[in-house]
Design a protein around this ligand. Structure first.
Ligand SMILES: C[S@@+](CC[C@H](N)C(=O)[O-])C[C@H]1O[C@@H](n2cnc3c(N)ncnc32)[C@H](O)[C@@H]1O
Length: 199
């Protein structure tokens, strides 16, 4: 978060969860942001755009109801602060976190991306597994067009793959991400790293 925030001027942070499925990913990001900013959050516009091709998944995401077992691996303070009881077996995410996420249907295979502004970070995890190589590269080109660029390398993560000698894909090992129970999962984060010529 500190690295990402450094890139965001005017208290305006734009994050896209591309292929958000049933919402665990964008809600987790919203919780991380809320926790990071604390009271400062009031002064930030940090809404998360969450897109998926599946209307069924988007509907589920917007209902924001998850089984208690699904959220069992989350930190206790997250469960207490950001969830409340829905029924015996399920919990619902707080309105505050729900309101931080904008859900839209969008097919990542579209040639033309309809966004007006670029993003500070684009998360796209376990989505490209569905695509052939050609489509993957097309998508990466599009992501690159919609990621803000900075002129130095971020200290986070390690380079996984290079694209056009300009973009690095980073892996982060995180404890809670995506499916709420994803302990120790690898998160693939696309970010906008402009490589130095020495790299
Ligand atoms: C395995 S889920 C990953 C969800 C989330 N990123 C995570 O890691 O928890 C993959 C999601 O990609 C979506 N998806 C597949 N093809 C897509 C496409 N062409 N455009 C947008 N979303 C797509 C699926 O509907 C599904 O919800």
């Amino acid at each position: 978060m500190p690295d990402i925030v450094k890139k965001a001027g005017n208290k305006d942070l734009r994050i896209w969860s591309a292929g958000c499925s049933s919402g665990e990913e964008p809600y987790t990001l919203a919780i991380i942001i809320d926790e990071f900013f604390g009271k400062e959050k009031l002064f930030w516009d940090s809404k998360i755009l969450a897109t998926d091709i599946s209307s069924r998944m988007l509907e589920k995401a917007q209902k924001r109801i998850y089984g208690n077992e699904e959220i069992a691996a989350l930190p206790v303070n997250w469960r207490l602060s950001y969830f409340s009881k829905y029924d015996q077996d399920r919990s619902v995410i707080s309105d505050r976190i729900r309101n931080e996420v904008i859900f839209r249907r969008f097919n990542l295979m579209e040639k033309c991306f309809p966004f007006k502004r670029k993003f500070h970070v684009i998360f796209c995890r376990n989505v490209m597994i569905y695509f052939n190589n050609e489509t993957k590269w097309e998508l990466l080109e599009n992501f690159q067009c919609f990621a803000l660029q900075q002129k130095h390398q971020s200290p986070v993560g390690s380079g996984l793959q290079q694209h056009n000698c300009r973009t690095l894909f980073h892996t982060w090992s995180v404890q809670h991400y995506g499916r709420f129970s994803g302990k120790g999962e690898l998160l693939i984060l696309f970010q906008d790293f402009l490589l130095n010529s020495s790299n």
